[in-house]
Design a protein around this ligand. Structure first.
Ligand SMILES: Cc1cc2nc3c(=O)[nH]c(=O)nc-3n(C[C@H](O)[C@H](O)[C@H](O)COP(=O)(O)O)c2cc1C
Length: 405
């Protein structure tokens, strides 16, 4: 064998593990798959969990194996699915009170049959036996129902879901459409898993995030708006959710907010002015791009045959209204262009003082790349940090700083 290269074969799942984030690195997730047609969605979902670093160990009910072949699940996770329990007592190893216990039991999709059996401690499939052990050993459990609408209306099933919630099981709500209770989106499931395994440092906190562009109507059809996408705010809201906070998002129309976050919509500065009185939170983050001007609106649809004059008047400052109505730690954002860092800092400090902000995140548009950005984070007590980072890392850093305040 001298001189020969020996190559250790790694299953292809290892090519993608951790490629999106390390939020689930080192975590073992037992994935229970039951006999719903939504089992066909499981492959991509399992791989998404791996992209966040998780090791996913699949367990299938017999009904699930008739819907999706165990080889496909083997490929998706890198593990041969457990389809039968035997003398190795894998249910005890993975879900019992042992040092080898996994971190989470995720059942996705979960049939009406499996949910009701778990609620009554019946275990007659590999998935329900894992669940009985997990319930007894107080292991975190996330259940993702999927079934026909008529099954999901069954009052006894709904009572069983409530019973399991009372016992600490987390449910990811199905999408009720086309007469079905369809499995939640892949993102919603992954967000719920990350939150369930998160550090819970904000579990007693209410966090409000206001995000996206305002739109001021010129007439009944047209608006003046800006290029904000609301993306940063959604990342901040998710970070708060991962850390166990009670999260509310006020998002501009069109901003895509994950389903498990409470969302209220706004369009104009006027909407935010009315909503500001309802802002009840411990922390309020305002990355929204709020217009500095109101438009004197024309009635109907203005004809395009003639030039028109639009009159702009000063808009109320939403940050000031929030400050007046709440004791919350308010985090503002300031984007500038064409100035140096010193000037950016002095403008940001002025804004922070003007509106009684606890923190402000300032950046120059020139420093914002497609994936990377440079952000200056200033605090009321004079502390200053400058970060050059991936956009997706900003939310983590902001919440690490808030946690330390
Ligand atoms: C093609 C097909 C699709 C099914 N889809 C669902 C479903 O989405 N949800 C559900 O609760 N049951 C569904 N069922 C019925 C379950 O497979 C059946 O109740 C089975 O006993 C569930 O067993 P399990 O919970 O051990 O997997 C489906 C059955 C078939 C044949």
């Amino acid at each position: 064998m001298d001189g020969m290269l020996s190559i250790i074969y790694m299953h292809p799942i290892n090519d993608i593990r951790g490629s999106s984030s390390s939020r689930l690195a080192g975590k073992t997730i037992v994935l229970g798959i039951t006999g719903s047609i939504a089992a066909v969605e499981t492959i991509k979902m399992a791989r998404e969990l791996a992209r966040h670093g998780a090791d996913v160990i699949p367990v299938m009910s017999e009904a699930a194996t008739k819907i999706i072949h165990p080889d496909a699940i083997h490929f998706a996770t890198g593990h041969v699915p457990i389809i039968k329990l035997d003398g190795a007592v894998k249910h005890v190893e993975l879900c019992g009170e042992t040092s080898s216990r996994a971190d989470l039991l995720l059942i996705a999709p979960a049939t009406a049959n499996t949910i009701s059996k778990i609620a009554h401690a019946i275990d007659d499939t590999p998935v329900t036996t894992m669940a009985t052990c997990a319930m007894g050993s107080k292991m975190p459990i996330v259940i993702v129902p999927a079934m026909h609408g008529s099954m999901y209306k069954h009052t006894l099933l709904l009572q069983n879901i409530e019973l399991l919630k009372e016992h600490g099981v987390i449910f990811v709500q199905p999408k009720l459409e086309e007469g079905k209770a369809k499995i939640a989106s892949r993102d919603d499931i992954v967000h719920s898993v990350i939150s369930c395994l998160g550090d819970n440092t904000f579990s007693s906190k209410k966090v409000l995030v206001i995000t996206g562009p305002t739109s001021e109507p010129i007439d009944d059809v047209r608006v003046i708006t800006n290029r904000s996408t609301g993306f940063t705010g959604v990342q901040l809201a998710l970070e708060a959710y991962y850390r166990g906070a009670d999260v509310e998002v006020w998002a501009a129309r069109g901003v895509d907010v994950p389903h498990m976050l409470n969302v209220k919509r706004f369009e104009s500065v006027g909407d935010l002015e009315k909503m500001a009185g309802d802002a009840k939170a411990d922390v309020i983050l305002v990355p929204a791009a709020i217009s500095d001007f109101l438009v004197e609106k024309h009635q109907g649809k203005v004809s395009s045959s003639e030039p028109i004059t639009i009159r702009l008047t000063q808009a109320p400052k939403i940050l000031a209204l929030l400050r007046k109505n709440t004791e919350a730690l308010i985090v503002g954002f300031k984007a500038e262009t064409g100035i140096d860092l010193e000037e950016l800092e002095s403008r940001a400090i002025k804004r922070m003082k003007e509106h009684g902000l606890g923190m402000i995140i300032a950046n120059l548009m020139e420093d914002v790349g497609l994936y990377d950005t440079k952000a200056m984070i200033l605090r009321m007590d004079g502390k200053k940090d400058i970060f050059e980072l991936k956009k997706s890392e900003l939310a983590t850093i902001v919440f690490d700083i808030i946690k330390g305040e």
